[in-house]
Each structure stands twice: as structure tokens, then as C-alpha cells.
Design a protein around this ligand. Structure first.
Ligand SMILES: Cc1ncc(COP(=O)(O)O)c(C=O)c1O
Length: 405
């Protein structure tokens, strides 16, 4: 069969694949603990459910403008003003089928084949393949000081004449680390001076812990008119626990949004009418669900860090937000794919290998589940990996016997 060169180079989404494996095993009655997921378990805001229900009952669910219905764009404009102090016009906004589609359309609107797009590692699994889908070249950059926090010189050293864009995701999936205000200020300034597009993937910006607050990249911009190459990406998936609703958005200069919208119009004609109404209601409605989710995640994260600190050989950098932690498991194996497969096979715990995020030796553990999931999951992992652990472990009625060294 003749398959395109781009198509051949695109891998499966590792995280979506793990979700599938977990649900197949669960359907077979296996006692799976899913610490691999990237979606909160809480319910979406009631406002969103009521809006979707009303719309469904009306039966009036039709095509919408490809960049989103006016009500949703209005809600996004208000959101952008509240969190960024940026006064956007409707022509500066495109709603999409998730932040993922916004990112994809923006990248397609920016990147020519062979141009380069830089992002710090560890990075969200989809960035490399999204860039490859444009025929362009992903350039992940590992912080040289061994932390999860990039420095401007890390980015500077990989910029070439082919560099077109930089993607920054903070708070970060998978590390949970929030980049400093100083770094955000520096990267905004650097990209403006070099004429590079800067894509700020802010999908986790409200899910931060302690006294942390969302960082507003826009306040550091000097180019604040239609010459701005700063793009803000966000969506309802994470903050409102609305992953399945698939609504995200991009805010950028009008020309870029116009081109990205043209691309989107030929891909999907725009996001679903029903779900745009639900997202509008979530963004415009009572916001207590966001705070309640944030508090739950903060508590779960505290438990996760505590459990991991009691795990011999494991090093954890405490997350500042998100629903992920990214401990260093290299003591138990440098090959994170093999390690995560071992944990799934032996103790039915799903974790995502660090290799998927550009860092070997690490595992991404999610705090989206319950405290019980976290404590039991880590207990099973300890049992599987500690050579001095007792020979048997009970999972409910099931007895696991250690048959490995
Ligand atoms: C960093 C990051 N950006 C974007 C997305 C995409 O979100 P959405 O569900 O809105 O497509 C995700 C989802 O996991 C993510 O982790």
C-alpha cells in the first residue's frame, strides 16, 4: 500500500492508547488502577449540562460559523480580558474541537515544510507529531541544568534561521512545573525581537496550587496590536472537567485567525454546535467547579508527593499545578516504556512512560483519580519493584505471587 511520508511518520497518541488498554482490561474484570489519565473525574459544571440538554431538546443543532458561534466567542473574549487583560475582537478568536485542534490549525497556518518549531522537554506528547503533520521539524530542547524548567539560553542555543515558532506549556504536562514569570517575560521579549511566533498553551493555567496564580504572558508583550505573534491557546477540557466536549480556542492576530479558520473550515467545518453551547455556559456560568477541582487536585498531589517520597530510589519534583507528577524512576530502569509495561503486566497499574514526553527514566503519574487510586497504585508499584517485598500481594480476593527477581 502506498502511504504518504507524513502519514507514515505519525505515531499513535500514547496516552489515548493507554486509555484504550485500561478500558479493555477493565472490561475483562482486571483490577486496573489508571494513573495514566489526563482527565478529571469530577462532573462538568451544571450550567454546561443544562445548556447542552436544552439545546438537544430543541433539536436545532446545525452547522455553525467555522470559528465558533458568537456567544462562545463573546465568552472567550471576556475570559481573555479577565485573565490576560487583552481586549480581543471576535476576529481575534477561533473556537475549535478542543485545544488540540486549535493548536493544529495554528501550526498549519504558521509552519512551512522544513521549518522548525521549538518546545522545551518534557513536552506534551502531541507536539512533535503535530509539527510533523505540517511537514515541519519538531525541535525539543532539554533544560541543560537537569531540571524541568527551561532557561532562555536553552531555547536560544537551538534557534536557527529555520525556526518559526516556540511552544510553551506552563503549568506543564507532564512535569506539573510552572515556569517562572521571569522566564515567561524573557521568552515573550525574545520571540518579539526575533520575529518568532510564540504559542502559549495555557490549558492548565487555573489549575495551580498554594499561592500560585495563572501567569499572564500578554502583560509582557510590547507588540499588542495586529502585529503580535503571540498566540494564546486554552479550552474547557481540563479546568471544567469537560474533556469529552471537545471545545478549545485560540486567540491571536486577525490574519492568523482568519487563515487558521479557513483551514479548520475544510477539516471539520468547526466544532459541534451542541458542545459550543455547553462550553459557553461553562465559561460564563458559576465558576465554583474550577476551584473545587483545583482543591481536589492539590490534595491528591500532596498525597502523591508524600507516597513517592516514601519510595526508595525515586526522586520527585513537587508539581506546582496540573494533574500530573513526573518522578524519576531511572533507579528501577532507564527504559521507561519497558518499565511501564512491566507495571501494567505485573500489578495492573497504568502509567505513561517518560520517553513519550522526551525524557527517559521518568514516569508520568496522574492525580486525576481518587486518593485511594494513588495510595494503592503506588503500593502496588513498590511491591512490584522492591526486591525485598514479600512474595505475595492481595488485590481484593486476588493473590499475586512474585515470580520475578
Ligand atoms: C498541554 C496540553 N495541551 C493541549 C491539550 C489538548 O486539550 P483538549 O482536550 O482541549 O484538546 C492537552 C490535553 O491533554 C494538553 O495536555
Amino acid at each position: 500500500m502506498s502511504i504518504s511520508a507524513i502519514g507514515r511518520n505519525i505515531g499513535e497518541s500514547a496516552t489515548l492508547k493507554l486509555n484504550e488498554i485500561a478500558s479493555i482490561l477493565r472490561a475483562k474484570g482486571e483490577p486496573v488502577i489508571h494513573l495514566g489519565g489526563g482527565e478529571p473525574k469530577s462532573k462538568p459544571p451544571v450550567d454546561a449540562l443544562v445548556a447542552a440538554g436544552g439545546m438537544l431538546q430543541s433539536g436545532e443543532i446545525r452547522y455553525t460559523p467555522p470559528d465558533g458561534i458568537p456567544a462562545l466567542k463573546k465568552a472567550i473574549i471576556r475570559y481573555t480580558e479577565d485573565f490576560y487583560g487583552r481586549l480581543a475582537a471576535p476576529e481575534n478568536v477561533m473556537a475549535s474541537g478542543g485545544a488540540k485542534q486549535s493548536l493544529m490549525c495554528i501550526l498549519q497556518a504558521i509552519l512551512n515544510p522544513q521549518e522548525e518549531c521549538i518546545f522545551p522537554a518534557p513536552y506534551w506528547v502531541s507536539y512533535p507529531d503535530m509539527v510533523r503533520l505540517c511537514g515541519a521539524i519538531p525541535v525539543p530542547v532539554l533544560p541543560e541544568d537537569g531540571t524541568f524548567h527551561p532557561r532562555l539560553q536553552d531555547i536560544e542555543r537551538v534557534v536557527t534561521s529555520y525556526t518559526k515558532a516556540v511552544i510553551i506549556n506552563s503549568p506543564n504536562n507532564p512535569s506539573g512545573i510552572m515556569y517562572s514569570e521571569e522566564f515567561i517575560a524573557e521568552i515573550v521579549d525574545f520571540c518579539e525581537k526575533r520575529g518568532l511566533y510564540l504559542i502559549m498553551d495555557d490549558i492548565y493555567h487555573r489549575l495551580v496550587f498554594g499561592d500560585k496564580k495563572p501567569i499572564n504572558c500578554w502583560k509582557f508583550a510590547k507588540q499588542t496590536g495586529e502585529d503580535s505573534k503571540l498566540i494564546i491557546i486554552n479550552g474547557v477540557s481540563k479546568q471544567y472537567a469537560m474533556t469529552g466536549f471537545r471545545i478549545g480556542w485560540a486567540v491571536a492576530n486577525k490574519e492568523l485567525i482568519h487563515v487558521a479558520t479557513n483551514i479548520q473550515s475544510h477539516q471539520t467545518s468547526g466544532p459541534s454546535a451542541l458542545l459550543q453551547h455547553a462550553a459557553t455556559a461553562a465559561i460564563s456560568g458559576v465558576q465554583c467547579a474550577v476551584e473545587s477541582l483545583r482543591v481536589t487536585l492539590e490534595n491528591n498531589c500532596r498525597v502523591m508527593v508524600q507516597e513517592l517520597r516514601g519510595f526508595d530510589g525515586v526522586h520527585i519534583t513537587p508539581p506546582d499545578g496540573t494533574f500530573y507528577s513526573f518522578p524519576d524512576f531511572s533507579y528501577y530502569g532507564k527504559d521507561s516504556v519497558a518499565l511501564s509495561k512491566f507495571l501494567l503486566d505485573k500489578v495492573r497499574v497504568v502509567v505513561v512512560p517518560g520517553a513519550e514526553f522526551g525524557m527517559e527514566g521518568y514516569l508520568r503519574l496522574s492525580t486525576c483519580g481518587t486518593v485511594k487510586d494513588i495510595t494503592e497504585g503506588i503500593e502496588r508499584m513498590k511491591w512490584a519493584l522492591d526486591p525485598n517485598a514479600p512474595n505475595e500481594l492481595y488485590i481484593g480476593e486476588r493473590k499475586l505471587v512474585r515470580d520475578w527477581a
